[in-house]
Design a protein around this ligand. Structure first.
Ligand SMILES: [Zn+2]
Length: 324
């Protein structure tokens, strides 16, 4: 059987999928990390099968019958890894949904799946802002706070694929309760929903983090303080992780970082106050370089540069690990 006949090829083109609570995205990514074409659709709010049908329709449209060497997927957690049974917090219809297994059956190629924040970290290390920095943390500050850790030029998975959960670094032991059951985690202070919740508790009357940012820029003191607290918490959390892991760069993205102008001073001040060791003097904190494509590029990198970014087992179908 020829490669083309079973839908695989050796040209290095892979299918990438990015599953989020508000949108599903898919793209074809070449071995240089360029998104050759992509499309996206809103994530349906229906049951699990409705989400799956919408995803399959999108993926088939983007693939358009083209042979692919493999498929990389980024998806919100939690998940069982590397099995790829996903329970994204913001997709209630998927609980222990066998996404990887379903995609293997549908596509007929190897599928590699990881947390979406891990995919951002991988993308930024492979082709983005952290290129050339082999000890780096990639973070997403959004409805939650997630991350992925690259040490010695390789993605660190940990015992269960959960390494890099920077959102649960404790930044204030007496701080607000966290969704994980703990207290004072970075996510409990700096995530979008927790930012706005804190502001409302202190008299602000808006609803969204975007509104909160607008009010902060218009001079609302409570809104400004909400972002200052988040920036401070981010600086404290980053200083702690950077010291443990001897990082030279941290890439921070996600919707909340669209308000970088409101966070930056507090973040930098906290970093200066807490990252005092000599080896941390070179630490830089930067924005992602790949923008909206980072999820797709990182997902693709698990296939295209799997020697650095994939340590999970195969899914039973052979696919070459391509290392440009
Ligand atoms: Zn927590």
């Amino acid at each position: 059987m020829s490669d083309a006949a079973d839908g695989k090829d050796d040209s290095g083109t892979v299918l990438a999928v990015d599953v989020g609570g508000t949108k599903l995205a898919s793209g074809i990514v070449d071995r240089e990390g360029n998104v050759v074409r992509c499309d996206r659709v809103p994530t349906p709010s229906g049951d699990g099968e409705a989400v799956w049908e919408t995803l399959v329709e999108l993926v088939d449209r983007v693939r358009d019958g083209a042979p692919v060497a493999g498929c990389g997927v980024g998806c919100g957690g939690p998940m069982r890894w590397p099995a790829g049974e996903v329970s994204p917090l913001n997709i209630p219809g998927w609980r222990d949904f066998p996404l990887r297994e379903r995609l293997v059956a549908h596509l007929g190629c190897e599928v590699r799946l990881h947390n979406d924040a891990v995919c951002l970290a991988v993308a930024e290390h492979w082709r983005g802002a952290a290129r050339g920095h082999d000890n780096t943390l990639g973070m997403v500050v959004s409805t939650g706070v997630g991350g992925g850790l690259i040490l010695g030029g390789r993605l660190i998975d940990g015992a269960t694929g959960n390494a890099g959960h920077v959102g649960h670094v404790v930044v204030d032991p007496d701080g607000p309760a966290c969704s994980c059951g703990g207290r004072g985690c970075l996510e409990a202070v700096a995530s979008g929903p927790r930012l706005t919740a804190w502001a409302r508790q202190h008299g602000w009357t808006g609803t969204t983090a975007v509104d909160l940012a607008g009010d902060a820029r218009a001079g609302d003191a409570t809104a400004q303080e909400a972002f200052r607290r988040a920036g401070h918490a981010l600086g404290v959390g980053i200083a702690s992780v950077a010291a443990v892991c001897d990082l030279s760069m941290v890439v921070v993205g996600g919707g909340v970082m669209g308000s970088d102008d409101l966070l930056r001073d507090a973040l930098v001040n906290a970093l200066r106050a807490h990252a005092r060791l000599d080896f941390l003097a070179r630490l830089t904190v930067v924005a992602p370089a790949l923008g909206e494509f980072s999820g797709l590029v990182g997902a693709a990198a698990m296939v295209l540069a799997g020697d650095r970014y994939w340590s999970g087992q195969g899914a039973g179908t052979a696919a070459a690990t391509l290392t440009p």
